[in-house]
Write a protein that binds this ligand. Sequence first.
Ligand SMILES: *Cc1c(COP(=O)(O)O)cnc(C)c1O
Length: 429
Amino acid sequence: MTDRRRDYRKKTIGNHKLSPETQMMGYGYDPMLSEGALKAPLFMTSTFVFQSAQAGKDFFEIAYGKRARAQGEEPGLIYSRINNPDLEMLEDRLALWEDAEKGLSFSSGMAAIATSLLAYLRPGDVIVHSAPIYGGTEYLIRNILPSFGIKSVEFEAGGDTPTLAPAIEEAKKLGRIAVIYGETPANPTNDLIDLHTARDEADKLAKTQGHRPVIMIDNTFLGPLWQKPLAHGADIVIYSLTKYVGGHSDVVAGAVVGAADVLTPIQGFRTILGTMCDPYSCWLLMRSLETLKLRMTASTENARVIAEYLRDHPKVAKVHYLGFLEESDPTYKIYKEQCLAAGSTFAFDIKGDEAAAFRVLDNLTIIKLAVSLGGTETLMEAPYSMTHSDVPDDVKERLGIMPSMLRISVGVENPDDLIADLAQALSHA
Ligand SMILES: *Cc1c(COP(=O)(O)O)cnc(C)c1O
């Protein structure tokens, strides 16, 4: 049984390495273990029957790390808070996109972020994080973690990240730096973080403070297709699967990927906090993964067409699109090194005030006025008053998030239709 299963974890044909988009159709699943069903069934079960009392004992010993696994011994299925075949298959497939050793799935992106931070931070520790950052993450760091004795220092994304070293100097005075946390590209400005700088700083800290902080990168905006942070120095890559991976705006879920030993404490916390993904969401996400490359490729092509249209529009002041970075911009080099494409979520500033920006949103017809991103449909919102409403106004202005800014997540519709909608909506600006 173990051997047959392993056939379904084939990564090569001879010397030929298989691509993730091919692997998404069946990796980690053996039809012969499920009555020959082509597609992995949905294992809607809370618990699993042990073949013998000894098997139950073995499974628990492995699950709780009481002994090392014997050669070829697979962790057994016990209970769906600990594991479930749909979770395992989804996690195996997510890991493939970044050549990661392991993946873990969660009930939301925030569950992935919170569980990972709690697993790695202790009272007295400091987290050094980039800005701007996702609103939920910001709230967790700013308002919840301090009550557990965890402090934070932020650094602004952009350029080759000259802001990180001074932030680390400041953080050192507050306590042990346990986590360097980054979001790149930053939402909604698309500023980047130089991951090599982050890695160098973490290595330096390993010597100076005797503890190497883990580098966690939220890869929701460009991953897993267009950015692979593990290859550039990140230790843990975090996803809101709700966005591009789910891709149909109908699932809320999250994930982390990385080396197995780095994920072990997070998995332990997940089991006890109960922040895992449910089997049905995992099953939906496996279905989504089969078309991930198609969807992200199509939306990325559409986004370029839309960005070019907006750049030439008389009512648009600036388009914050990674594909328009000038070679003279210090971010350009980071973009070329770390990113494989510009993605399909970006902001643009219209000429006018908040009222003008709102008139554009209120006149959209095909494009929906909603937050979130990465779905098949195009969405628009105003970051200043919506997704980033909670960020103090002076901070927003310092980061370039203005009331005249609109964010668009471009979907897979016909781009001519999107342009027709934008044209009529912008005429009201
Ligand atoms: C949406 C989002 C999250 C949170 O994910 P949920 O699935 O909504 O919990 C975290 N980071 C980024 C960048 C996001 O866009």
